[in-house]
Design a protein around this ligand. Structure first.
Ligand code: SAH
Length: 226
């Protein structure tokens, strides 16, 4: 199944808003750290419901926002949730970013980068379109150290890349980005039931659920274009 087929279905089922709600727990902390100055242009890779661009506009006065997504239904929904004429959503693939060299100030991506068919090439594309001194904030919950994410691929038809923390840093550097920081942003909001309620439908033990959300949370790697 293609990105379009898989994620058009998600959008039609309303999962774009469900993801927004869950991802917001950690995304808001990562977004708050972005060094965006008023009026700057931001690109969101795999924008889903498009919430990140709306938040950056509201909180930091970001200027133009481009929310790129390979699923037309996601783009359709994102447009319907957005009133700002400064924010545009477009259908495109991570493989070829339809932007001129050095035309974007900062880029963001949450729970989407690992779907890139060739993630190394996508990083090169980002290094090309982001201007010198601009940043790429890459947030993922699916990665090697998060053992609780390993079976996600079984439920999704689009091939996923599962890098480790070190592989993210290495790939950023190979593409010509400096790694400014890398850390785990804990999810302190997801409700974790009392010990006596385990096992639950999804979790064998409380310890595992705590590890997944409070310890691992979201892996955030920040690249800077030289
Ligand atoms: N960032 C949003 C959505 C995450 S879901 C959030 O935090 O909730 C991942 C999104 O990436 C989906 O909307 C999907 O259509 C998009 N996507 C996945 N692979 C893609 C690719 N190769 N090119 C463009 N978009 C892609």
């Amino acid at each position: 199944m293609s990105v379009r087929e898989e994620f058009d279905d998600w959008a039609a089922e309303g999962r774009d808003r469900g993801m927004e709600e869950r991802h917001w727990h950690t995304a808001k902390h990562a977004l708050a750290r972005m060094p965006i100055e008023e009026g700057e242009t931001v690109l969101d890779l795999g924008t889903g419901s498009g919430y990140a661009l709306r938040a950056l506009r509201d909180t930091k006065g970001a200027g133009r926002g481009y929310g790129l997504d390979g699923a037309p239904e996601m783009v359709h929904n994102a447009r319907s949730y957005t009133e700002s004429p400064e924010i545009a959503y477009l259908v495109a693939d991570f493989d070829e970013l339809p932007f001129a060299d050095d035309s974007v100030d900062h880029a963001w991506s949450m729970e989407a980068f690992y779907y890139a068919e060739d993630p190394h090439h996508t990083l090169e594309e980002l290094a090309r379109v982001i201007r010198p001194g601009g940043t790429f904030f890459c947030a993922v919950n699916y990665y090697e150290e998060n053992v609780h994410s390993h079976d996600w691929q079984e439920r999704i038809s689009v091939p996923m890349t599962r890098w480790s923390r070190g592989e993210y840093r290495e790939a950023f550097r190979e593409a010509g980005l400096h790694v400014a920081s890398q850390d785990n942003v804990p999810d302190r909001e997801v409700e974790i039931p009392e010990e006596s309620e385990f096992p639950t439908e999804e979790w064998e033990t409380r310890r595992e659920m705590v590890e997944r959300y409070r310890t691992y949370g979201t892996l955030l790697t920040v690249g800077v274009v030289p």
